[in-house]
Design a protein around this ligand. Sequence first.
Ligand code: MG
Length: 390
Amino acid sequence: MGHLPLGWSALKHLIVLGATGSIGRQTIEVARRIGLPIHTIAARSASDVLLELAMSLPDARVCVVDPADRQDEFRAVLGERLHLGKGSITEAAATPDSTVVNGIVGAEGLAPTLAALYADNRLALANKESLVAGGPLVLQALHERDGELVPIDSEHSAIWQCLQGERHGDVSRVILTASGGPFLGWNVDELEAVTPAQALDHPTWNMGPRISVDSATLMNKAFEVIEAHYLFGFTYDRIDVVIHPQSLVHSFVEFADGVVKAEVGRPDMRKPIQYAITTPSRLGTEFQPFDPVEAEWTFAYPDREAFPSLELGYAAGRSGGTATAVLNAADEVAVESFLGGRIGFIDIPRVVERVLDRHEARRPLGLEDLMAVDAEARAHAREVCASLER
Ligand code: MG
């Protein structure tokens, strides 16, 4: 994060990628609340939700990766506002003078992330796979251009806010909080029987299916450890994880003199989204006040035996380069297989571990090279999933 944030007033265009997802919809809500026009909404498919959003935003450009059989219908309603294909998303991300909110799920978010940064835009990043899969490429883009990267992920927004006015070298450790997911306290035997419906029922955060399963396995936290490494430049031995089921403390930063800062409040993604858009300003908006007297909070160390994904994340992170792209690709495939009822819940980290074991980490040469690594890891993960099918 080598760049000073642009002033709030400097923001010209708001581009929302992944507009129909949880982050995208909350971004649109925030924009409406603070009176900010939306320039572009983008989504993977031509869904009813997208059409409804598009009709409620009559000035917005609408990008759809794959409209399938609804192209004519969308064209009839949206006319010239409609832009199609994968390229329309990267083009939207490269709109000059923009803040690009990347709420895409999965490694597909990497290309638009790079496009936004190479166009010198502010990238408000919720797509953690951009950093997990493509951390070295994102750092290179930041180094070469004047784009700005700000986190939306609640833990990283917290760390970022705690770091303001501090010197990097004075930080001794960051501690990411994790809710622990719906299976906190369960042992391996109990986890064996977990169903997709159970895994999708997250206790404190309301999120999409992939991230809900990743939260349940703690893979999401593994990704966030890697995300923190690339965002803030801390080595992995300075990034810790603690379980905090109430999600009230969004993360801690500990300094050399023993002082610890935290960012605290009710779990509500609209806060980090708004701050990522308006930073360095804080705009007054309606929110549910935080009452420390009513708050009850507890902390515990993660159970690394029942939830091996966390260790897999640290191991891949330390290998660096392409290893974390493989971690992500294998996990995407394993989660899909689990949600489809083809493999069990505890098979997810098994698949990831086997795919990682066969990969030799190296520096990615560019986006194309990385996508080839990603495709190879997916193919291998599918093989492993098939061998585990019950
Ligand atoms: Mg998070």
